[in-house]
Every structure is written in C-alpha cells, then in structure tokens.
Design a protein around this ligand. Structure first.
Ligand code: SF4
Length: 487
C-alpha cells in the first residue's frame, strides 16, 4: 500500500520527508520514544471513553487488520471498533475509534496533545476520504485531545480528562484538497530522492527529524546556526541565497545577530562589561543558595491535583556558599519512585533554605513557577515557599544582557552553551562525561519510569540523577565565581 495516515501527513508537509521516511528511515534523528509511548498510553485510555469495543489487533500484515475489521463490521447492530483498518486504492488507514449507530459511522482521532493542530485535521480528513469512498456513511468526525484544565481529584474522570471536538465541517471542506493531494503523492513517490529546498515546513508543525541530514551540506556556520531568529526569517534569507555568516555579515541585521556573526567570524576576545557585572553581583547577598529543580510531566495525571502535562518537581540540588571564604556545602533531594513527589520535596526544601536568604537560579522563571505552584498546593508551607521565590535572583541576567559574551556561546545564553564557553576544557563541568543522564528530558524520563525498574537498576539510576542535578548547581557556582574573577 502506498500511503498511511502518517505517511500522508509527512508527504503533505514535505515530499522529501515522505521519501526519506520510506527509503532512509535510519537517518531520522531526535525520535523521542517517550512521545511515542505517551501517544500509545493516551490512545489506549481514550478507547475506554465509549465502553465496550472490538479492538483490531496490530499486525504488520495490514490485510489481516482489514479482514478483522470487515468481520467486526459484519456484526449486526451498533458497535465501536478501535483501530478499524481500511484500504481504498492502496491508501491505508486505521481509525482510532470508529463508532456505528443505526448504520451511520463516526470517526474519532485521538491525540495526546492539549490543542488541535492543523495537521490533525489533515489526518482525520484523510480517514474520512478513505471511508466515504468505500461507501460508509459518516455523520461526524471528532478529534479527541487532552483537557489541560482538568485537575485530577480521586478516580480519573475520562469525560473530563478528554475533550471531544466535532470537526466534521472542516473535514468536509477539505475533501477536494485531500483527493488532489493523495493523487499527487501517489504519482510522485518515486525511486529518486526529491529535490526539496528547506522551508518553514521543516519546523512546522514539528521539527523534522531529517533536518540535520538536509542541512549537512550547508557551509558552517550558516543562517540556521544564528541564535534567536525566527525560523521563518531564517528561511527568507536562505531562499535569497544569504546563507553563510560571510553573506549575513553584509546584511543590516539587529545588533545581537551581528555580534554573534562578528565574534564567530573574527575570533574576537571575550566581551566583558565590568560595571554591569558589578552592578548585578551587588544584588546578591551572602549566604547564597544555588538551586535547581528537575521536573517531569505526564499526559495522564497519576495523582490528585495534577493536570495533563503539568510540571511535577521530583528533585533538587542546592549548593550553599555562606560567605565568600566559607566552604561550599551541598544538599539534595530525590523523591522515592512511584509516589506524588511534591509534598516531600517541598518539606525538604523549606528545611534546606531558610527564609529571607538570596536564592540563585539560572533562568529563574522556571524555578519561581514551580515554587508558586507548590505554595498554592500546600498552605502550611506557602509563606516559606513564596519567601524563597520572592528572594530569588537570576544568574542568567549578565549573559542574557550580553554583559559577558564569547564566541563559544554561539549567540545563546542557555547554561548548556554558557558553561562550556566559560570552561571549555574542564572535564568536571562537561555534561558529556556523565553516565546515563546528560540533560533534563533524560532525567525526567528516568524518574518517571524508575518505579518500573529493579532495585539494582533503581540504585544506579538514582545515583546518575543525583550526579546530574548536582552538576547543574555546581555549574552555577562556577559561573558565579567566574563573574567574581572577571571583576
Ligand atoms: S528537513 Fe525540511 S526539506 Fe528536509 S525532509 Fe524535512 S521537511 Fe523536508
């Protein structure tokens, strides 16, 4: 069969993406298994929305799924079939939840997102096209998504967790377009890799997993290495043939882009604005508490007072410098697996950070939001948690303001760029040298699945989580000391 739902959606985004998915799938990068697992988990739960149903088991032999669907459809009366599979002119689709009442059908497409993306409409419109051409009468098409306002209280309430959106009108309006696109894709899937230029579709609706492959023959650094510019604008320059930093240096760009280009092309020395850095440092008063949270998210809330995709803090690291000459102290917290980690974390935090001290975070809006949410949840700790939040300072400021800049920062003020730029040859500050966990999403995935691991595995993973988070705050201490050094 030529097309499936996902292949159709890839193809209408970019013909080359479809071709690469079919012919060179190993080139895909950043394939996040966790996103895939979440989609499966949400899909399985949504199947329970309509009670009893016949599930068509997945089979690599698609004709087996189609046969099983036909058998389920042959049964008399009203019915609900999940993963019902169809083929029209070699175009295949599986419907997440197909319902039949009085011989009239309803198509339900389940997404693990909290909002409707345009591509979802293409996806369900493709399904309608196939089923209607096979002669099924369809009176309604729904896109089912997660309700971000839902807050779990006790048992999961599926009718509140999911939002069922009727998109029948939009689907009907798209049918002519779908017909043309299916024809176009079927006529253009050839043996030869299509010659497609980069465009906004490389990032919209998702970052294309072939992006590195498609940009691998561009001169380095290039327009796509420029930090902070919108992707649309980058595409404009790219289409005008302004691609290398040499080309870009002749353009009338805003100062921050010019600076990145100049520093990288001309190998300029570090830019250090001493008065501004001094002014920033004067706002920090000892004792200093360097704090970093790790959080995870879940599509389906496991515990009370959690909404889909809410940030749930499960760990922190805290380095403390009581005075300029005092030794560095370290405190940490990592919740037990398989429980709601928030209360024990909040209790530990208020023990470790006294009121009215200066707490430092890097990109503090995240830490402040976590603290505010914890304060809303636990009235007994509220005052103390808000006190920590209100006394927080952001170590990112001197880098965001470009008071300290060097070419290795590549236009970014993220700690993942700033740290190696300030300490390029320090193996102790290199996240690559850590075991198992090197970045936030790896930490989140490791914790959220920790309860499924053996005791032995848990021990190893917990050690790696602690080491990772400790490096986050140790890095902040080193950055702070670097600022002291330069002034
Ligand atoms: S990176 Fe862009 S051009 Fe390349 S396959 Fe993906 S969408 Fe197409």
């Amino acid at each position: 069969m030529n097309l499936s739902k996902s292949k159709y959606c890839e193809g209408i985004t970019c013909l080359k993406k479809l071709w690469l998915s079919i012919n060179k799938p190993d080139l895909k990068e950043d394939v996040n298994e966790k996103v895939f697992d979440t989609g499966t988990e949400v899909g399985e739960l949504a199947k329970k929305l309509y009670g009893d149903h016949t599930d068509i088991e997945f089979n690599t032999d698609l004709s087996k799924m189609i046969d099983d669907t036909n058998k389920a459809i042959d049964a008399k009366g009203d019915t609900t079939i999940t993963e019902a599979s169809f083929n029209y002119n070699n175009n295949f689709c599986s419907v997440d939840i197909l319902r039949r009442k009085n011989n009239i059908y309803e198509i339900n497409e389940v997404k693990s997102s909290t909002h409707i993306n345009d591509i979802y409409l293409d996806d369900i419109s493709y399904q309608y096209y196939i089923l209607s051409n096979l002669g099924y009468e369809i009176n309604r098409c729904n896109i089912i998504i997660l309700n971000s306002s839902y807050v779990r209280k006790g048992e999961l309430e599926l009718n509140k967790l999911f939002l069922i959106n009727d998109v029948t009108k939009e689907v009907l309006a798209k049918q002519e377009e779908i017909k043309e696109k299916i024809l176009y894709l079927n006529n253009n899937i050839s043996d030869k890799e299509p010659d497609v230029k980069l465009g906004t579709y490389c990032q919209d609706p998702y970052t294309c997993p072939f992006f590195n492959y498609c940009t691998s023959d561009l001169v380095q650094p290039n327009i796509f290495s420029l930090s902070g510019m919108t992707f649309n604008k980058k595409c404009d320059y790219y289409h005008r043939g302004i691609i290398s930093f040499e080309d870009l240096s002749k353009e009338n760009l805003n100062t921050k882009y010019q600076e990145q280009i100049e520093y990288e092309l001309e190998d300029l020395k570090d830019k250090i604005n001493i008065p501004s850095i001094k002014k920033f440092l004067s706002t920090l008063k000892y004792p200093l508490y360097f704090l970093d949270f790790e959080t995870y998210q879940e599509a389906i809330p496991s515990y009370d007072n959690i909404s889909p995709y809410m940030q749930i803090p499960f760990q922190y690291s805290l380095h403390v410098k009581k005075s300029i000459n005092s030794p560095l102290e370290h405190y940490e917290f990592l919740a037990l697996p398989g429980i709601d980690p928030r209360h024990s974390l909040a209790e530990s935090l208020v023990k470790d950070i006294p009121k009215d001290v200066c707490t430092i975070a890097y990109n503090m809006s995240f830490e402040r939001t976590v603290l505010k949410k914890l304060a809303e949840l636990y009235p007994d700790l509220r005052e103390h948690l808000l006190n920590i939040r209100d006394n927080m300072k952001d170590l990112m400021i001197p880098f965001k303001n470009r008071d300290y800049y060097n070419k290795l920062m590549q236009g970014s003020y993220s700690i993942k760029y700033v740290l190696p730029a300030l300490f390029p040859n320090d193996p102790k500050l290199d996240y690559h040298n850590l075991e198992l966990i090197h970045k936030g999403d790896e930490a989140a995935n490791a914790y959220s699945t920790l309860h499924l691991k053996s005791n032995e595995e848990q021990k190893i993973i917990r050690k790696c989580l602690l080491t990772y988070c400790e490096l986050d705050t140790y890095a902040m201490v080193k950055i702070f000391e670097k600022l002291l050094d330069v002034i």
